[in-house]
Design a binder for this molecule. Structure first.
Ligand code: 13P
Length: 255
């Protein structure tokens, strides 16, 4: 089993002005462990990518990503951002977040097309999957995340898959303060891992599977103690430097 370096990503969602984003990045830098022992990725809004990128340039502890990308090459798509526009700004991109799926009707098919576009441009995608409360209650979490994983990655090469991470984010745990139990997260991660193995063989074991949904400094150590969980996608707590850096420290110490 390959050793996977842990990854903690902070999804700032639709928060922070440009000035606030730079201030937040600065505060995170000030509180971050000197050697985090894991990959740390900041995902500010598009409009702050450049400014935050400049601010963290040269700090090898931090990397940058976008929260979304369009599936098409540059062209007539008013208000959208193509993968080719992101490569100068950041290395990572989040794809298929449940808020995109719910609020903007992003289907599995679109998620797949976005993944293809991101990979073609050379970005490192973090693909988000996760079931709804109703699906969870019906005992369908594993089937749902496996199907979303197959739909997103179908047609990708092993090399492409190896550049991706997957984030398991049960919708009912996002922003609710109700993180999934460790056993639920491990079960879903196992279903995702099996789906990836069926498509990519041993390469699947190099792909990091993160958990997201009400991660905070209190539940992070327990989460990272699970060998099946390779990191976290953090929402609310990533806007607060102290808690976010505590989560990073927990990931690094157990990495
Ligand atoms: P919260 O950590 O606020 O629950 O958000 C999780 C999330 O959606 C990260 O992408």
């Amino acid at each position: 089993m390959p050793q996977r370096r842990r990854l903690v990503a902070g999804n700032w969602k639709m928060h922070t002005t440009v000035a606030e984003a730079v201030t937040l990045a600065e505060a995170i830098r000030a509180s971050l462990p000197a050697q985090p022992g894991c990959d740390v990725v900041l995902l500010p809004p598009f409009v702050s990518l450049w400014a935050v990128g400049r601010h963290i340039a040269g700090d090898s502890r931090l990397q940058l990503g976008a929260q979304n990308v369009h599936w098409a090459p540059p062209g007539a798509h008013t208000g959208e951002i193509a993968a080719a526009m992101l490569v100068d700004l950041c290395r990572f991109v989040l794809i298929g977040h449940s808020e995109r799926r719910q609020e903007f009707g992003e289907t599995d098919r679109l998620v797949h097309r976005k993944l293809e576009a991101a990979l073609t441009a050379g970005l490192l995608p973090i693909v988000a999957v996760g079931e709804s409360q109703a699906q969870h209650d019906a005992g369908r979490a594993r089937a749902v995340v496996a199907a979303q994983t197959r739909a997103a990655f179908g047609g990708c090469s092993e090399d492409e898959a190896a550049r991706c991470a997957v984030a398991y984010e049960p919708r009912w745990a996002i922003g609710t303060g109700r993180a999934a139990a460790g056993s639920d997260a491990v079960s879903a991660a196992d279903a995702i891992r099996r789906a990836l193995r069926a498509m990519f063989g041993p390469v699947a074991d190099t792909i990091r599977i993160l958990y997201g949904g009400s991660v905070d400094q209190d539940n992070a150590p327990g989460l990272f103690a699970e060998p099946a969980i390779d990191g976290a996608l953090v929402g609310g707590a990533s806007l607060r430097p102290g808690p976010f850096c505590a989560i990073v420290a927990a990931a690094g110490s157990l990495g």
